[in-house]
Design a protein around this ligand. Structure first.
Ligand code: CP
Ligand code: NVA
Length: 311
């Protein structure tokens, strides 16, 4: 039984397997093929934070694979407040075949997984968003084919989305450049970990967005103020001034470079509407791909991970 808490939980071969599965599932859905991989299975979602894409893409993915979901809001469950996290994990494991968690503290998901006897999936924490990263790599693969040697420039906050994407890029031998203002990059320990784990990847921090995007294949951005950081909004907007993805920035990038955003976007802050809705943006294709990538993840975790590609 395996959990999916961060992208570090996968080997490179497993990640490539998931990307190939996502591609096949998307193609088959386009042809109207019906699937039953999760028939009779129940997946619970416990979300402490709001969500559109993660919740709906997972609920649709499970339904389209023949299973059922139960959605519980964070306050309703009270992980660590109404009930101890291990007690909740041990109980829920007897009712459900998998649990997807979206929490503030990353340790909540880790503790839950430690005590669960069914697969636990991280649907975003303060420090990681691995489902987003798998889906984003799938979208990049659709765009470019082979990803080895490609350059992703993340302009903005070294946040949960950036951290997870950097792992995926490293695993696939890509270059990951973080263009962040001072104080908003990765912690040195995290950068060291990435370099140590993925010697074939390349990780850079660059304080100048215009310089950073010069060799970009992908320009990626996300909100400057993530969920839970609302009190810092003014300070952050100040710090990130000059890090907006806009038409002027794109003029410094190669013509073929595409723009990605995990969404939701704060239009007019980290990205202009002109760019988000423009020809170089693949953000909505990217959003749609959450469905296919997560179907692959669910089928693999619930049906295949214990019998194939075992580490
Ligand atoms: N990208 C993403 O995870 O979106 P939601 O917060 O709407 O789930
Ligand atoms: N960094 C954002 C991602 C939302 C999908 C947040 O955590 O709010």
């Amino acid at each position: 039984m395996r959990h999916f808490i961060t992208l570090f939980d996968l080997t490179r071969e497993e990640l490539l397997h998931l990307l190939a599965m996502a591609e096949r599932l998307k193609r088959q859905q386009g042809r109207g093929k019906r699937r039953r991989e999760l028939a009779g299975k129940v997946v619970a979602l416990i979300f402490e934070k709001p969500s559109l894409r993660t919740r709906v893409s997972f609920e649709s993915a499970v339904a389209q694979l023949g299973g059922a979901t139960i959605f519980l809001s964070g306050p309703e469950v009270g992980l660590g407040t109404r009930e101890a996290i291990p007690d909740c994990a041990r109980t829920l494991s007897q009712f459900c075949d998998a649990v997807i968690l979206r929490t503030f503290a990353h340790s909540t998901v880790e503790t839950f997984a430690e005590h669960a006897s069914v697969p636990v999936i991280n649907g975003l924490t303060d420090t990681h968003h691995p489902c987003q990263a798998i889906s984003d790599l799938f979208t990049m693969q659709e765009q470019f084919g082979e990803l080895r040697g490609r350059t992703v420039v993340f302009v903005g906050d070294g946040n949960n989305v950036a951290r997870s994407l950097a792992v995926g890029c490293g695993m696939l031998g890509m270059r990951f450049v973080l263009a962040a203002p001072k104080g908003y990059g990765f912690e040195p320990d995290y950068s060291n970990l990435l370099r140590q784990r993925f010697p074939e990847g390349s990780f850079e921090l660059n304080g100048s967005p215009t310089e950073a995007v010069r060799h970009a294949d992908v320009i990626y951005t996300d909100v400057w103020t993530s969920m839970g950081q609302e009190a810092e909004k003014d300070t952050r907007c100040q710090a990130f001034r000059g890090f907006q993805v806009n038409r002027e920035l794109l003029e410094h990038a190669p013509d073929h470079a595409v723009v990605m955003h995990c969404l939701p976007a704060h239009r007019g802050e980290e990205i202009t509407s002109e760019v988000l809705d423009g020809q170089r943006s693949i953000a909505f294709q990217q959003a749609g791909n959450r469905l296919h990538a997560q179907k692959a993840l669910l089928d693999w975790l619930l049906n295949q991970s214990h019998r194939s590609l075992r580490r």
